[in-house]
Design a protein around this ligand. Structure first.
Ligand SMILES: *Cc1c(COP(=O)(O)O)cnc(C)c1O
Length: 422
């Protein structure tokens, strides 16, 4: 499917007058429509809730939009909990799905009334020592081990992943937690990432629903929710078929009826912790071509770099690029589109067929709305960009300012050594 930017060249030129490139732009309309569709897909389940994975796009303005759409948050660190709290998320609208968790974060999560999702059986003791008790509502993360195969090209390796508990540990954990006063149990697993298929959630649901029936039978625990976590992907490449969230919801419903309803467990709430699916397509990195270089290859240098979007450098990830205003021009040039880091992997595209790019052209890097800005870092002393929101009425709001050198030097403010920089 052809990828079209959610903003026009005219809009971007206008924005650029106030906010210089590079910047992130998010599409409020797209975010809301997608969140509404997800809700519809799971509307058959009474207790359904999406807990947005804050790590994907930790911006309070965006969290507030999702809150308005009925979402909670999924956190895995102190600052994600703090941001959720500041946005007004409270109690069971927060899922704390952390791992290797510092005890003080358990304490903070519990003080907020968040649901704690334990990554390991040994965390029961840590939690009890930290809080002095075990919360009545508690969740455990499952890792079945081995290889999890959805289709020939979609699989992941739970056996190699650091997350979750083995099947035996799940039973032991439920028994121990129950003996210590837990009353309402959740089960969580995240077995494959960025799945572009309608099969993943129903397959995962079957594993977790069957486990829930076994856990209930053997331990007598009341399973009150099952958390399908993240992992629903997006089509980064134009030739990929996007997921059909309504079909996914319906696939989970069928398994729910076959397994849970059959076992008399028809009060179990389903929840999700989607990140990429909620935000990925609705955020773009907008950058300007500032150099062209003709050596052993053809290079276009842009004013953004891997600090602004790390996925291509880190994973070799594909991000589609539209050269604004040249949507209909033939892609008769082959470029490496590069940033300015002193790292040869700082390339947004390699050997990419694109229309001829001239200095000053604006490039719209698609599908950067999740795990994009959030992964930013400050290597080479590069600064992070602003984040802007394209609102439903067409206006643009700054939702994070760009970093300044003062921000970069701020951690030296305990001394005078850099006081003279200007
Ligand atoms: C990262 C993460 C998510 C979100 O994953 P996506 O691939 O963005 O959907 C959900 N839950 C947990 C525990 C995570 O670590």
């Amino acid at each position: 499917m052809e990828k079209r930017p959610f903003a026009t060249l005219e809009q971007l030129r206008e924005i650029e007058k106030t906010y210089p490139t590079p910047f992130y732009l998010y599409d409020e309309k797209g975010i809301r429509e997608n969140a509404a569709k997800l809700k519809q897909a799971f509307s058959w389940n009474k207790g359904y809730k999406e807990y947005f994975a804050v790590k994907a796009t930790p911006n309070p303005f965006l969290l507030n939009i999702l809150k308005d759409m009925g979402c909670g948050t999924d956190c895995s660190s102190m600052t994600e909990l703090m941001m959720s709290k500041a946005c007004g998320f409270t109690g069971h609208d927060i899922m704390f799905s952390s791992n290797d968790t510092p005890p003080e974060e358990f304490a903070y999560a519990q003080k907020m009334g968040a649901i704690i999702n334990l990554d390991d059986i040994t965390h029961i003791e840590c939690l009890e020592q930290t809080l002095g008790y075990i919360p009545e509502t508690i969740s455990c993360r499952y890792n079945p081990g081995g290889v999890f195969k959805v289709s020939n090209d979609i699989m992941d390796n739970p056996g190699d992943s650091k997350y979750g508990m083995t099947r035996d540990q799940m039973f032991q954990a439920f028994k121990t937690l129950k003996a210590k006063g837990a009353k309402h149990f959740g089960i969580h697993a995240f077995l494959a990432s960025n799945t572009v298929t309608n099969e993943y959630y129903p397959m995962l649901a079957k594993i977790l629903f069957e486990l829930a029936v076994d856990l209930k039978e053997e331990t007598g625990a009341h399973v009150s929710f099952i958390n399908l976590s993240g992992g629903i992907g997006i089509p980064y490449r134009p030739d990929q078929e996007p997921n059909d969230i309504l079909a996914i919801g319906d696939g989970v419903r069928k398994v729910y009826e076959e397994v849970l309803v059959q076992a008399g467990m028809d009060d179990v709430a389903v929840c999700t912790e989607l990140g990429r699916f909620m935000m990925g397509p609705y955020g773009a990195l907008v950058t300007k071509a500032i150099h062209e270089k003709h050596t052993h290859k053809e290079y276009v240098g842009v004013d953004a770099c891997a600090v602004n979007l790390m996925r291509p450098a880190m994973y070799g990830a594909y991000h589609h690029i539209t050269v604004m205003g040249k949507e209909e021009a033939p892609c008769d040039h082959v470029y490496d589109v590069v940033g300015s880091l002193c790292e040869n992997n700082d390339k947004f595209a390699i050997d990419r067929s694109l229309p001829e790019i001239e200095k000053g052209d604006l490039l719209f890097i698609h599908d950067a709305g999740a795990h994009g800005f959030a992964m930013g870092y400050n290597y080479n002393g590069k600064l992070k960009s602003a984040e802007l929101l394209l609102k439903e009425d067409g206006s643009v709001e700054m939702i994070r300012r760009a970093e300044t050198p003062e921000d970069y030097f701020a951690t030296f403010d305990f001394c005078d050594i850099l006081k003279c920089v200007d």
